[in-house]
Design a protein around this ligand. Structure first.
Ligand code: IPT
Length: 970
């Protein structure tokens, strides 16, 4: 069965072809009754600086591994050996080697891996055996017992060699030479760390006589008569049994029976078995039919709305070696956050991940291991996807993906790859896939004319453009006009953000042609680092790198959900709970409930109401909601008599939808969706007036406060010392403020700095006392510019409370929005506990506030911080009516004349701005508080559109007030 490698025109490392000597690609399955032996474990390892340092040593068996290092397989060598085996390197688009295809650098780290194994005593004698590699980056040459088996490329695909004729009962030596760089590297320019090694499982599989080499499960669903049709094609005649359905049939012959369909919402799998003369293979069959129908992607006759994410394989210690528990955890987290789809960006994942998607229910776009993005730098000249020399490698990759993954019901779309330009090679891939599998659709974003694809796919388009596509106003080629739109990437989740998710979702839900999208991306790829917290590009001394652009996920590297994921969960929730439209009348005690599932009714949910007074829950109870069908809505009356009718405080209903029973991915009562129905409007804190300011020698007193008589600076409120209270307009720019260099629109982060908003000077022009007030007149402006903010602080008191009315009048031409507008002040470090009535529990900004829940919250200042891997503005709480910061003995209460944004941290904005890792941030002797009247939105400009106009903060004449009081007995 094995083929000896033919003489090569180029050394095999640089041959653009896929490799030599491997067996044809076939379906992957985790178990069967055939014997198998995991070869994972501790292997011997020798690292060389070049590809040819030890040429053919394995063939001659003239080596002595006694002095070699040890390494874990699966694993990447650059993540082992404590630095002795090199380091990871991160680039986004640029190849980290000269673009000279198919050549690779002379410096080509090469890892010789050696494993000695015995066959188990019960290893069968007849038949053949194969050794399977599930993932090796980027090129491997393999020997068993001194005989060369061949070589392969295609890092995230399975490769097998026939080895039966070479196996001996004991002392088998498997030798694998892995080169970091190969011609294959030109096809693997995904935006991620370059991580060489045998990073997925290695397995020895017995292949009994009479077993199938390959089989293809076709299981369709007819939604009109609710039947499923099963046909299993196998290259060896056998039978298929599905006991639960009473099916027992020959391979190749179709059977039609009534079934429950598979969907991502209802992942119904039937246990089955394929029985061939040599092997019994357990199958899990899901019946579903994928179609492009009426210009829409439909499954089982119904259009889908993708609430998706792009998932790279990543673990903060082991890179792309991801264990089963982590895979399952990823899917559980997705399901718990209302995510229904995954694009396996930008390569087929470990096959077990797909089995888990089948089991737990996610729609999958399975993407081929292909990206040639770096050729964009040279206007796509020499792009391998348009060069016939590379077409065999491209076809090999398409075949290995489809053959490996074809039996997963969760996979509904094949993607040709990512960011690989255009060319004949891609068309050849699409044609081959269509010929092999007519039961799925084809995706490739690079094909903007949709010549080879079944859907129009875009990355990061602005909202307005998505809307015009939704309305069918985008023109374009005739074929594309007939196709639905999906956003294979949108809402770049880098740092604080993404902003504007809710605005996208409204469009998706309004226009049928818009079938949703996939947020970029699931997880930050930061490596756990002893000194830096998490390391990103450049932290390993790379010559070329793209910094923290690799940290752009909805999860932090340790898989803690970031605020972006909480926001996404709310935005895509499958049940909408909102106040019933009361027209112009007073708010009513009625909620409108809409079922936004694609397939399920609401029978699996229970609903409950709760009632809040000043944000505090005073009562709860069950709510009966009809079992609405997908797309249906109902207006549901809340209990006739609210638990309290007090008029002097804020009151609201909260309605939540919870899982009625435990599921494989969440506990009973897991919250799926919620909504709030306000019955009153926010009350504003009345200004404190009536007290007279008293001038003293050095100080001025007013009610509970003292001020510096010369500068007008606030010094104390009761026993609380206050420092540095003044207008603040600066925030540590977020990744989205800074934007990506290729963004066409103005990027405000750099503009703000250019204008000098991070170094505003405060000049006091007058300190005035009157009978009722103490007034400080200032101008706040940056050096070198004529723009400024004329700012007046107007202090009054009623004896116990202190009110500050601020008026801000912009002067000069403000061509940029402001980052923020409000006050900052410093309190003693002991004021470490925050209580507030407002939005929470997590952070929010104007365009990331859908998940913010109005209520009473408490948190330590340390826990108000969002630990973005690259420090930046974070932690604001929106809609705050009042907030208190307290220490062991005293505290300060801050009330807004209107709802405000509350932020507290143990370092200044300037420190936050200067930090490059969270470990740079050291608590000082002050808690710095920002009370913002307004904040600028977040947007998604780190790779997409900026802040939508209605979320921008423009400089204009503004007035706002805050009232302070001291909490002496706190
Ligand atoms: C897009 C890539 O497809 C994705 O891999 C990732 O790099 C993302 O950007 C940014 O994080 S391509 C981009 C140039 C639009």
């Amino acid at each position: 069965m094995s083929a000896m490698p033919a003489p090569l025109p180029l050394p095999y490392v640089e041959d653009p072809g896929p490799g030599h000597g491997t067996l044809p690609a076939r379906t992957w399955y985790a178990t069967s009754d055939a014997a198998r032996l995991s070869l994972n474990g501790t292997w011997r390892f020798r690292l060389s600086a070049t590809a040819d340092a030890h040429d053919d040593a394995f063939a001659a068996q003239s080596y002595d591994p006694a002095g070699w290092d040890r390494i874990q397989v699966p694993g990447h060598w650059v993540l082992q050996g404590e630095g002795a085996f090199g380091a990871p390197a991160y680039t986004n688009v640029l190849y980290p080697f000269p673009v000279d295809p198919p050549h690779v650098p002379a410096g080509n780290p090469t890892g010789d891996h050696l494993h000695t194994f015995d066959l188990p005593d019960d290893w069968p004698t007849g038949g053949d055996a194969v050794v399977r590699f599930d993932g090796v980056e980027s090129c491997a040459r393999v020997w068993l017992n001194g005989m060369e088996l061949g070589d392969f490329k295609g890092s995230r695909l399975a490769h097998e060699f026939a080895v039966g004729h070479l196996l001996q009962p004991s002392g088998n030596v498997l030798a694998v030479r892995v080169h970091q760089w190969s011609s294959g590297s030109y096809l693997e320019d995904q935006d991620q760390w370059w991580l060489p090694g045998i990073f997925r499982d290695v397995t020895l599989l017995h292949r009994p006589w009479g077993c199938a080499s390959d089989f293809f499960v076709h299981a369709s669903y007819n939604h009109l008569d609710h039947t499923g049709t099963l046909r299993v094609d196998s290259d060896v005649q056998g039978s298929v049994s599905v006991p639960e359905l009473g099916i027992d049939t020959a391979t190749g012959s179709p059977v039609t029976v009534p079934v429950d369909p598979w969907t991502a919402e209802t992942p119904r799998l039937y246990d089955a078995e394929l029985i061939t003369p040599g092997e019994r293979v357990p199958l899990r069959i899901g019946f579903r039919t994928v179609a492009l129908d009426d210009g829409l992607i439909k499954v089982n006759g119904r259009p889908l709305l993708f609430r998706g994410v792009n998932r790279h394989e990543f673990h903060p210690r082991t890179g792309r070696t991801v264990d089963s528990a982590t895979m399952r955890h990823d899917i559980e987290l997705m399901k718990r956050h209302n995510i229904n789809a995954v694009r396996t960006a930008h390569y087929p994942p470990h096959p077990e991940f797909l089995s888990l998607c089948d089991e737990l229910g996610l729609w999958v776009i399975d993407e081929c291991d292909l990206e040639t993005h770096g050729f964009e730098e040279q206007a796509w000249r020499d792009n391998p996807t348009d060069d016939d020399r590379w077409t065999p490698a491209l076809l090999d990759r398409a075949q290995r993906m489809v053959e490996r993954d074809k039996n997963h019901p969760s996979v509904i779309i094949w993607s040709l790859g990512n960011e690989s330009g255009r060319g004949r090679g891609l068309t050849a891939m699409a044609e081959w896939i269509r010929g092999r599998d007519s039961g799925r659709l084809i995706h490739y974003e690079g094909d903007q004319e949709c010549r080879d694809t079944d859907m129009y796919s875009r990355m990061y388009p602005p909202h307005a453009e998505v809307e015009s596509i939704g309305r069918g106003l985008d023109g374009g080629p005739a074929r594309r006009r007939q196709l639905p739109l999906i956003l294979c990437e949108y809402a770049h989740a880098m740092g604080n953000g993404p902003g504007g998710l809710a605005d996208y979702q409204r469009l998706f839900e309004t226009h049928e042609r818009l079938q949703g999208g996939f947020v970029w991306e699931w997880i930050d790829h930061g490596f756990a680092h002893p000194a830096l917290g998490y390391a990103y590009g450049g932290d390993f001394g790379e010559e070329l790198h793209d910094g923290h652009f690799v940290c752009d996920g909805l999860l932090f590297p340790d898989r803690t959900p970031s605020p972006g994921l909480i926001e996404y969960k709310k935005v895509v929730e499958p049940v909408r709970i909102e106040p019933a439209d009361a027209g112009d009348g007073p708010p009513s005690g009625t909620v409108r409930i809409t079922n936004r599932y694609d397939f399920s009714d609401l029978g699996h949910l229970v609903f409950e109401w709760s009632y809040q007074v000043e944000g505090e829950t005073v009562d709860t109870g069950p709510l009966t909601v009809p079992r609405l069908l997908p797309g249906d809505w109902a207006e549901v009356e809340l209990p006739a008599a609210p638990p309290t009718t007090r008029q002097d405080c804020e009151q609201q209903w909260t309605v939540r939808a919870l899982l009625a029973a435990e599921t494989p991915w969440a506990a009973r009562e897991h919250p799926v969706a919620w909504g709030q129905v306000p019955l009153t409007v926010p009350r504003s804190a009345p200004a404190a007036t009536g007290s007279r300011p008293h001038p003293g020698n050095k100080h001025i007193t007013l009610g509970p406060a003292t001020f510096d008589a010369r500068t007008g600076e606030l010094l104390t409120v009761g026993r609380t010392p206050v420092t540095g209270l003044r207008l603040d307009a600066w925030r540590a720019p977020t990744d989205n403020d800074n934007g990506a260099p290729w963004q066409p629109d103005v990027r405000y982060g750099p503009r703000w700095r250019e204008i000098g908003l991070h170094r505003l000077q405060h000049r006091t022009s007058a300190v005035e006392l009157s009978d009722e007030a103490f007034t400080v007149r200032t101008r706040v402006a940056p050096a070198g510019r004529d723009i400024g903010l004329r700012t007046v602080y107007h202090w009054t008191s009623d004896g116990t409370r202190l009110t500050l009315a601020v008026s801000v009048i912009p002067e000069g031409r403000w061509a940029v929005p402001l980052p923020r507008l409000g006050l900052r002040l410093g309190l003693p470090a002991s004021y470490g506990t925050a209580h507030w009535f407002g939005g929470g529990p997590g952070e929010a900004y104007p365009d990331t506030r859908a998940a913010s829940t109005l209520g009473r919250w408490r948190a330590e200042v340390d826990d108000l911080q969002t630990p973005y891997v690259f420090p930046q503005e974070n932690g604001a709480r929106p809609d705050v009516r009042w907030a208190q910061l307290t220490g062991p003995e005293a505290g300060l209460r801050m009330e807004g004349g209107s709802p405000f944004w509350f932020t507290a941290r143990r370092w200044t904005t300037e420190h936050l701005d200067a930090a490059t890792h969270p470990t740079d941030l050291e608590p000082g002797d002050t808690v710095w508080v920002n009370l913002d009247h307004r904040q600028h939105g977040i947007g998604s400009q780190s790779c997409g559109p900026g802040v939508l106009p209605h979320h921008q903060l423009h400089a204009e004449p503004t007035e706002f007030t805050f009232t302070f009081s001291s909490l002496e007995d706190a």
